[in-house]
Write a protein of this length. Structure first.
Length: 103
């Protein structure tokens, strides 16, 4: 596998996996004041099975951790499954506060 560079394309609201100068995969997100919501991840057909998706998610989550401003809400099934397999990233996942609603 070639080296994968992960960059945050803020203008397009997505992280990009760059391989030899080409966007090989993307992980789209939406931002709120508290959350970064990962909505969709895809890797180009010619890059599938090379670990690009995993490198992309790891790089994106490392960036989120470094910035320290957001919790992660993984709506994207790929991101959610990846976090499930990598316990050291689960602390980034948003946990809803307990409800204070009463009947």
């Amino acid at each position: 596998m070639s080296a994968v560079e992960v960059v945050n394309n803020r203008e397009r609201r997505r992280y990009e996996a760059i391989v030899e100068g080409v966007v090989a995969g993307i992980s789209a997100y939406q931002l709120t004041d508290e959350l970064i919501v990962f909505t969709h991840t895809e890797v180009g057909d010619e890059y599938e099975g090379q670990g690009i998706g995993g490198a992309l998610v790891r790089g994106a989550l490392d960036d989120v951790r470094l910035e320290g401003a957001h919790r992660v809400l993984p709506l994207c099934p790929f991101v959610r499954a990846w976090i499930g397999r990598h316990r050291d990233y689960q602390d980034l996942v948003y946990a809803a506060r307990p409800s204070t609603a009463r009947d």
